[in-house]
Design a protein around this ligand. Structure first.
Ligand code: DLL
Length: 440
């Protein structure tokens, strides 16, 4: 039941029949209980009874983050408030946070979705599981927590931060699984090395990492550092939290969307028009089973593509590519679109450069400028003594990094190569972009 294999391997026609039934119920529920969305449907001249096939989805109006902010805090909740058993919120860099809510049934379904995701990554009942996602309004900590318990594994609810204690607990409790942001899990491995411990010699076998964009190169770095398999988990509070999509340990090639609970679309972010399988665009989700906070055609702002090809793991659920980046984080430098993950991908291909970086965006004259800050690895640093002392070598390294960035990104950028430990380390979502441009 926990693996829910019947659903995960269902035929397309069975799955679509289930999706249509659930979509119709969700649209009716929204129309009846969320005045904001009823008005949107009336403006778009679409009635709940017009949704007779999955193709009719495109007739429904989009929901966006702004709508959540405008209806802060409880305006979009579709059940009486006394049926809500949990709230979460995303921090939101500007303005009010966005608030989401769950009924008891929502929490039970979410737990089963996450249990399924943990199993998809190789987790088993009886595992001990180190959960380093933050507990609180963020969905990561509690979202994983309930799913791990539902699977029948033992959760270690350590939350984020206090890295020395995390290391002690990993050593003493000997967990098989670990969850956290990729940047924080890497940070734990670095700290282990600094304490003279070998991060490859822990009990850990697999990691469930996500909540921030990360590149294939960073996956390799983490797998190598900790001698684990690292799988990508995706989700967002507005749609649920962690578990909307999960990579399988068999293929590690794209994330299976929990399509029995979420209907995915890829649209052109400018026109909103749907794009076919394989094309890259903005991910849009419609929830199919949520009671307290259903969303219809929610524009995530995340950039990815969908792949319907059969997967070696046997699941028939469509796979999304890893997230290339968020529209909010896309930098437009001299007309060229750049995502931080593309910079990460270049930096991590160089053995001398550590997987810690930040991108500073500024405005000079009429142009946006981009400066990449990165660090050399402790090994390289030990070899050269100091970056200033071996001027020739560090200059050659700088030129090499600059050349690779230029040829990969198609623009020239500024570069600062620092000694190890200079850039800030994350305990949750890494801050990759420092935007110094004047706010309009
Ligand atoms: O980050 C939920 C989550 C928790 C996912 C733990 C995975 C693990 P929010 O705080 O609402 O929710 O942030 C959602 O984070 O729209 C993406 O931009 C980004 N994001 C989440 N997972 C991934 C991922 C949680 N695997 C926002 N790859 C989303 C890239 C991700 N970006």
């Amino acid at each position: 039941m926990i693996l829910d294999l019947a659903t995960e391997t269902a035929s397309r026609s069975d799955l679509e029949a289930l999706q249509l039934d659930r979509l119709q119920k969700t649209v009716r529920h929204m129309y009846d209980h969320v005045p904001f969305y009823r008005q949107e449907m009336e403006k778009a001249q679409v009635k709940a009874s017009d949704i007779t096939s999955l193709e009719d989805l495109v007739r429904l109006p989009f929901m966006r983050k702004d709508h959540l902010r405008d209806n802060y805090p409880f305006g979009l909740i579709a059940v009486p408030l006394d049926q809500v058993v949990r709230f979460h919120a995303s921090s939101g860099t500007r303005g009010k946070p966005t608030v989401v809510a769950y009924t008891k049934g929502d929490i039970e379904r979410w737990s089963r979705i996450v249990a399924r995701a943990v199993a998809c990554a190789g987790g088993r009942p009886g595992d001990r599981f180190h959960n380093a996602y933050g507990y609180g309004l963020f969905t990561g900590g509690l979202g994983l927590h309930y799913g791990i318990e539902e699977l029948g594994a033992a959760v270690i609810p350590i939350s984020g931060g206090n890295t020395p204690r995390q290391i002690l607990v990993i050593q003493d409790f000997a967990p098989r699984g670990i969850a956290g942001t990729p940047s924080y899990v890497l940070n734990i491995a670095d700290e282990m090395r600094k304490m003279g411990l070998d991060p490859r010699k822990t009990s850990l076998d697999y990691g469930i990492l996500g909540a921030e964009p990360w590149s294939e190169a960073l996956r390799q770095e983490i797998e190598e550092a900790l001698a684990i398999k690292a799988m990508d988990i995706y989700g967002l509070s507005e749609v649920l939290g962690p578990g909307v999509a999960m990579e399988c340990i068999e293929a590690q090639n794209g994330l299976h969307i929990a399509e029995d609970h979420f209907l995915p679309e890829i649209v052109d972010s400018k026109t909103g028009l749907p794009l076919p399988y394989g094309e890259t665009g903005e991910l849009v989700f419609t929830s199919l089973t949520k009671e307290a906070f259903p969303v219809i055609r929610y524009r995530t702002g995340d950039i990815a593509s969908l792949n319907p090809d059969p997967c070696i793991c046997g699941r028939t659920l469509v796979r999304m590519s890893r997230i290339k980046g968020r529209l909010d984080d896309m930098l437009i430098i001299r007309g060229v679109n750049v995502f931080p993950t593309e910079i990460e991908y270049v930096l991590l291909r160089l053995n001398e450069i550590a997987p810690h970086y930040q991108v500073v965006v500024d405005h000079r004259g009429a142009l946006d400028t981009l400066e990449v800050h990165c660090e050399v690895t402790p090994e390289y640093f030990a070899e050269v003594g100091s970056l200033e002392a071996d001027h020739m070598r560090s200059n050659a390294l700088r030129q090499k990094v600059l050349h690779m960035l230029r040829s990969e990104l198609g623009i020239s950028v500024g570069l600062h190569v620092h000694k190890p430990g200079v850039l800030p380390r994350s305990e949750g979502k890494a801050v990759r972009i420092v935007d110094k441009r004047p706010q309009q």
